[in-house]
Write a protein that binds this ligand. Sequence first.
Ligand code: UD1
Length: 380
Amino acid sequence: MGKIICVVGARPNFMKIAPVMEALRRVAPSFELVLVHTGQHYDAAMNEQHFTALGIPRPDINLEVGSGTHALQTAEVMRRFEPVVDQASPIAVLVVGDVNSTLACSLVAAKKNIPVIHVEAGLRSGDRTMPEEINRVLTDQMADLLLTTERSAADNLIREGVDPARIHFVGNVMIDTLRLNLPRAVPTAKTVQEAGGLANFPTGPKQYAVLTLHRPSNVDDARVLRTLLETINEMSRDVPVLFPIHPRTRDKIERFGLTELVSAPTLLLLPPLGYLEMLGLMKDARVVLTDSGGIQEETTALGVPCITLRSTTERPITAEQGTNTVVGQNRERILAVFRDILVTGGKTGRIPELWDGHAAERVARVLIGRYLPAPKIKVA
Ligand code: UD1
């Protein structure tokens, strides 16, 4: 009844596309799905292990774009995606999140008058220095259907002139993935052991903190990165820290000569982890420190305190209703919030509206309503 091209490019896309494709297959089997991987992320650790763990079908097409400057990466995705679209003649292109691949594929489709479906539309940090913010704003301007995770997103979109009839509040598909996979989360002890960590590193519930760091604003400036790592070292004396490290961050630490700051026995570096390993780490953590968008939402869903090492968030509901505190990069402020969490246990939070494990089904129903012709009623 019509092809829909589903696009993924980078790690945070995988946990969003998995439930959407599953729900479309189940609820709307008349759509033919084509999965395109742009190859923005390509390392096995950033890539294949997620497909396997999340049961995502093998991509029908991999554009193998790889890394590059923003312009080069975006342009290369566009160049390689265009013939795929021409050949497939889809009725729509479905994109998720806010990475460069999201924007590039939306732009190709929109210029060919092919409807763009954006899952996770309308999130805004207000910070245009973030590449993701540019990707979000532009993708939403081109989208035909805008599917949102929290109510504030519709306000943002309407302010930017989007027709409210195209916006649908469906909830958070990433939390579908989290709820489905929680029983399969890998125990932290096993993850640490497999990474060659010391046998006596504390891995029991609430015995450790988790850190992730990869935003250019945190890792591309030597001074900022140094301050953050010094602060983390200080914290790790109170609660040992597990640090699954993004390839970009590892590279910067080496380049800036900061390896000494990740060498303390209380700060354990781990390779980029699979989804089920990361879920295990987060669910038992005393506190999670991060600059990721998705982790702010996942910790809220898990009820685990989260300290966001950025000065803004595009996911305000995690701070208003969830367990998240947005602290920025200031050492004193980070330590104050951290110590408060150690004393009080931090925010308990509540689960936001429609983060109920059924968001992808709602996505599928919206797509049926929009792209499947209503059955013809015979008038006698
Ligand atoms: C991208 C997304 C970001 C997301 C993040 C999750 C954009 C603008 N950014 O950032 O929103 O939070 O993914 O990881 O799309 N690299 C590897 N192996 C890989 C991929 C990357 O070594 O498989 C290294 C390369 O040195 C590369 C660097 O990481 O240059 C950055 O990769 P890139 O895809 O440009 O952006 P991320 O920082 O991963």
